[in-house]
Write a protein that binds this ligand. Structure first.
Ligand code: 2BA
Length: 106
């Protein structure tokens, strides 16, 4: 058994949820915040048999898309009135971790 952690953009959450439901893939959604942009995102926790991990990954890749976001760096040590140009960063489709589940109990 594996645990897939998939961090996705909130915009992809509805379609990904629907696709998982259609495929009967059990999951939990957590509201999370990215450390760099400090914007809300969603972390899906999916406990799944090893032979279905590829199916989970295919669904994530088909439903989660890359988008551009604007990062406005904080002033940090600079003068408070200093203007720091915002920078564009590419976000997504998804950041995925696949972990071995030692046990699964209900
Ligand atoms: P954030 O940390 O808010 O990062 C959003 C996007 O900003 C990242 O997209 C990446 O393109 C950019 N970025 C992040 N850190 C950066 C840095 N130090 N310098 C320049 N650009 C940077 P993604 O890579 O698609 O990541 C999307 C979200 O996935 C992240 O949101 C974070 O919530 C999560 N994530 C990504 N890598 C992770 C990791 N190694 N561990 C835990 N969470 C991670």
């Amino acid at each position: 058994m594996k645990v897939v952690l998939a961090i996705v953009q909130n915009a992809d959450r509805p379609n990904l949820t629907e696709a998982f439901q259609k495929a009967k893939i059990r999951h939990t959604r957590l509201n999370t915040v990215g450390g760099f942009l400090s914007q809300g995102n969603t972390t899906f926790v999916i406990g799944i048999d090893d032979d279905r991990v590829d199916q989970v990954l295919e669904i994530i890749h088909s439903e989660c898309h890359e988008r551009e976001a604007l990062h406005r760096p904080g002033h940090g040590a600079m003068h408070p009135d200093a203007y720091v140009s915002p920078v564009h960063v590419q976000v997504g489709g998804a950041t995925i971790f696949i972990l071995n589940a030692e046990q699964f109990r209900l």
